[in-house]
Design a protein around this ligand. Sequence first.
Ligand SMILES: C[S@@+](CC[C@H](N)C(=O)[O-])C[C@H]1O[C@@H](n2cnc3c(N)ncnc32)[C@H](O)[C@@H]1O
Length: 327
Amino acid sequence: MDIGLFKRAYNILRQNGLREFLFRMRKAFARFILPVSAHAVSADVCMEIDDIVRQCRQLLASEAKREPDKEVYRLLKENAPWYQRIELPGHNLSTAEEEDWVVFDGASDNMLGGRLSARGAAILRPLPKWMFIEKRLPPIEGKTVLEIGSNCGFFSFEFARMGAKQVVGVEAVSEYARQANLIKHLLSVDTVRFINRDFLFEEGLPESDILFSSTVLGHMIFPFLGLYKMLKCAKEFVVLDIDVLSVSNPSFDAVCTLQVSNRDRYHFFNFSNAIISDFLRRCGVSDNRVSRYFYSNRCLYIIDVRLLDISPVLKSGNDPLWSNLSE
Ligand SMILES: C[S@@+](CC[C@H](N)C(=O)[O-])C[C@H]1O[C@@H](n2cnc3c(N)ncnc32)[C@H](O)[C@@H]1O
């Protein structure tokens, strides 16, 4: 039995109270008895996920202590905890070098449908989902990339490594943005910069070829405004990676749920694929512009916005009363 599970249950009870604890237990139990996503995941994807899980387990099992750079060790320790694991090969260290530097929350977006333990997923985060996402990205070399919810910067550094011309990470929480800037300094990457802003309320962000965001949309207070802004900011592709709700009819059930926690100061919206697809159509993005990759209760959307006019703002011609379009 995973000891981290008890620790997590205790933390939820302590921080969020009995009501939230019981609500999460009910959800976890429902997931346990109905573990299969309603979205068909192809046999190839299942095999690929199995392979990723195998590689992740090997990585966890083979971790050996190295002789670290003492000064960098001290800096990482002082700035812990780290939500993401970022490797610093030049210093023989990673931000997950010590267990007490790691954030042991659910890490459910990296558990790959429960195939990795919560503990393993938290230690490796966000590598497990990145191993699935990376292969499906549009070309990154020479492109400008805007990452929303960049946290400690893992994905932004990966885009730089893949040859992006310029990467900007936007992060609402100042502590994360500060951590990302520290890692940028330690890695000496000059094509990446991080800014501490809430994407929803920030005007004047650079239009970029690629807009990337993973496990962030649900945390936005106005997620549909967020998705609209993502479509407007991207010149070529929006790469959106989110949890998707299991619903009885994946093609028709347009559902959005809201879960509030941390004494009502934190929240998470969950979306069904149908509501995302309907909203994209409402913004002028037809289905043939969207590639969907379902994996482990999640979906990676690669949205081609090249030469698209994203203009969902209501005008007379859109209102059935004032337009001559009939349903
Ligand atoms: C669940 S974490 C995911 C972090 C990272 N994308 C990953 O997948 O590992 C969500 C991140 O998005 C950030 N975030 C949430 N809403 C945001 C917003 N409106 N603007 C910028 N960052 C936001 C949070 O502070 C947090 O770092």
